[in-house]
Design a protein around this ligand. Structure first.
Ligand code: PXL
Length: 279
């Protein structure tokens, strides 16, 4: 069984980051080890007065213990990070644990809907631009793509603009760039991946659910990473992941009180079956 490491925060309530990644990666049939970047009482996208404990100073001692125990990882996936200083430490951890075939998957989780998340600023964006050079795969949404490229964001981009963005982003070095949440097909929302090696663009679109849900980026990244780690081909990985999210969103939509996350739990059986069928 593959063992992977995911580094992101624990939002104790909020259905994002580790509380989403861990169960999804287990459903993708991997041993999912975690390195929490920070502990928050909730996520920062709509709750007021959340607590935040930065765990930067724990990271090197934790990883040093793993090294001493001879623990290795087949993949490392990072999401929402706690501070600029922490990024340097995570780079050291990646260098320490990266073996020939270790997939480094970076979700540059820092912005959505045209805006940076509340705890980030331009200095964090600049550091993220350096950090993504470590990645084999990056999965920005269109807002993050614009911050990384220094472009103006708008709610909709044309197909040509999306192609231009993924190709431009690939210059940071990742072999796969996957842009999420793109909307140039009428009444649809989807993803576009560019694979540098083959110069190939792959897209997958699904029905556009008429509401924005917090945490879909984390559900996407976790499932997509899980599919790729199972060596499922890129196009199929996108299909499985978008269909998983659509099922989750359909389950969430009727529950109007659930504003802060996605009921992905009820869609997990579908993901497990798709992984078993395709791996
Ligand atoms: O879903 C991304 C995310 C993860 N973690 C925290 C967040 C957010 C988005 O707002 O606030 C703490």
């Amino acid at each position: 069984m593959k063992r992977i490491l995911t580094i992101q925060d624990i939002s104790c309530v909020g259905q994002c980051s580790l509380t989403v990644a861990q169960p999804i990666l287990s459903c993708c049939q991997m041993e999912a080890c975690v390195l929490p970047s920070a502990i928050l009482s909730t996520h920062t996208g709509g709750f007021k007065g959340f607590t935040f404990r930065d765990l930067t100073s724990d990271m090197l001692p934790i990883s040093a213990h793993w090294k001493k125990e001879g623990i290795t990882f087949d993949g490392i996936y990072t999401g929402y990070l706690g501070s600029i200083e922490q990024i340097g430490i995570i780079e050291q951890i990646i260098l320490k644990f990266k073996q020939k075939d270790t997939m480094i998957f970076i979700d540059p989780a820092m912005a959505d809907d045209g805006k940076l998340y509340s705890l980030f600023d331009d200095a964090f964006v600049n550091r993220m631009k350096e950090y993504i050079r470590f990645a084999d795969v990056i999965v920005p949404n269109s807002t993050e793509a614009c911050f990384l490229l220094g472009r103006e964001w708008k709610p909709n981009f044309t197909k040509e603009e999306c192609i231009d963005m993924v190709k431009e982003l690939s210059k940071f070095g990742a072999s796969i760039v996957c842009l999420t949440g793109i909307t140039y097909e009428e009444n649809k929302i989807g993803v576009m991946a560019y694979e540098q090696k083959t110069n190939k663009i792959t897209t997958y679109f699904g029905e556009k659910i008429p509401k924005m849900f917090h945490g879909t980026g984390d559900v996407f990244a976790s499932s997509f990473f899980g599919c790729l780690m199972n060596q499922i081909p890129l196009a199929k990985s996108l299909e499985i992941t978008v269909e998983f999210i659509l099922t989750a969103l359909r389950k969430t939509l009727p529950d109007e009180s659930h504003w802060y996350g996605v009921h992905f739990e009820e869609a997990l059986p579908q993901l497990i079956l798709d992984i078993q069928k395709n791996k």
